[in-house]
Ligand binder design. Structure first.
Ligand SMILES: [Zn+2]
Length: 429
């Protein structure tokens, strides 16, 4: 289905309407009144044109939990959400801690074909936090791993964290930390505060995140290496990262769509669809996260798409799994939380959801809509306001906290290197 496409009337980065000629895998030309006889045409009047989105934090669950998600279903969900690259987290079964497993995940992504899959390698063998995984072998593998994370677990041993930062410095890699001091969060279920007290659930204090963020910023500075902070959830973490960046240290950070829109109050109904790690926080935290993303302290939005089968979520709160799906709603949530209030324009969305995550992932060929660049694109209609319908999702799992919530916008089309993966809001093939 590659060939030549003429996309007419779209608004690149929300600017003035233009036509975009896609030839083969690349954008050939952008301008008014383009003509290309024989090309396939896509009427994009009123649609926003953005570079294909890049997610630094996706759980695809394969190998091992194909009942929750597969590379094929997860990349279909990604395409429907406007993504052209996802980073697949390492907490699979087996864990992605060797060249063999990361190459398997990378190949499954190539076979699925709807979205590039860039594997994340584990920092420690088996995510057990006791010895480093084969970081160099994963970096040298066909998957060319540059981002390493024990996500789901915190690399809480300061010596191991230091060694990991030192190791990846040699090849320009980055350690993505799930910042959660384990002793301070033993048994924790919801944000520590008035709500945890009222619900009678063990509290998850902000300091459990902030203490690790602060320590790791200092470690990254000490060894001169790159730290990425996963799913920042508290105003204190934003302040620490702002301070580290002001020092000129190599620290980047992400925030999830759910932490940009939802608060701990939703836990009040004991519905485990709102159970997530880190937990939903206060309205003040949400405001600080939005401001941090808007001013660039937080570099990017990352979904932490965490699919779970029904039986793992529809149970009592304490027994339910942590996590929410997010690929198919992320752009709409960012529209609602950042664009509608005027905190980000569409160029800012392109930066925070495509260019910057690609840069953190050490990927080229992402984040720009320009002649000569790969035609990995998303066309987004900002005008509708509709309830989120999980039944329409391609993810194998239905644990979206946004079900039934009225959100703006709709992803109309996604192109991966010139080939449409989504047309008219549906999978193109
Ligand atoms: Zn995590």
């Amino acid at each position: 289905m590659t060939g030549t496409w003429l996309i007419t009337g779209a608004r690149p980065l929300g600017g003035d309407p233009a036509d975009v000629l896609v030839s083969g895998e690349a954008v050939a030309e952008i301008g008014p009144g383009l003509d290309a006889p024989g090309s396939q045409r896509l009427d994009a009047d009123g649609l926003i044109l953005l570079p294909g989105l890049v997610d630094l934090h996706t759980h695809l669950r394969e190998p091992g939990r194909e009942d929750a998600e597969t590379v094929a279903s997860g990349t279909a969900a990604a395409a429907l959400g406007g993504y052209t690259t996802v980073h697949a987290m390492a907490n699979t079964e087996p864990v992605a801690d060797t060249a063999g497993v990361v190459e398997q995940v990378w190949r499954l992504g190539r076979q699925a074909g709807r979205c590039d899959v860039q594997p994340v390698g584990a920092v420690t063998a088996g995510l057990e936090g006791s010895r480093l995984a084969e970081l160099g072998a994963m970096a040298d593998s066909a998957a060319r791993v540059r981002v390493f994370s024990d996500d789901g677990q915190c690399v809480h041993d300061a010596v191991l964290m230091r060694r990991a930062l030192e190791y990846v410095r040699a090849f320009g890699g980055v350690i993505a930390q799930h910042a959660q001091e384990p002793r301070l969060t033993s048994g924790a279920q919801v944000n520590e505060g008035e709500i945890s007290g009222r619900l009678g659930l063990a509290g998850w204090p902000a300091v459990a995140e902030e203490a690790i963020v602060a320590r790791d910023c200092l470690l990254a500075a000490h060894v001169g290496s790159a730290l990425h902070v996963c799913h920042v959830s508290t105003s204190g973490s934003v302040e620490i990262i702002r301070w580290a960046k002001a020092k000129g240290w190599q620290v980047t950070a992400e925030v999830t769509p759910h932490h940009l829109l939802l608060t701990e109050a939703l836990a009040g109904g004991y519905d485990p669809v709102f159970k997530v790690n880190p937990p939903l926080r206060t309205a003040e935290d949400v405001q600080a996260l939005r401001a941090g993303l808007a001013d660039g302290t937080i570099d990017c939005v990352a979904t932490d798409h965490a699919p779970h089968p029904l039986e793992d979520k529809e149970t009592e709160w304490q027994a339910a799994a942590f996590g929410m799906t997010g690929l198919e709603t992320a752009l709409r949530v960012v529209h609602e939380a950042l664009v509608q209030p005027g905190l980000l324009d569409w160029a800012g969305v392109a930066d925070r959801m495509s260019a910057r995550p690609a840069a953190i992932g050490r990927l080229s060929g992402h984040g720009r809509v320009a002649p000569g660049e790969p035609a990995s694109l998303v066309l987004y209609d900002p005008s509708p306001r509709e309830a989120v319908d999980p039944a329409s999702h391609a993810s194998k799992s239905r644990n979206t906290p946004f079900a039934g919530m009225v959100l703006p916008g709709r992803v109309v089309a996604t192109f991966l290197r010139g080939r449409p993966t989504v047309l008219d809001g549906k999978l193109a093939w």
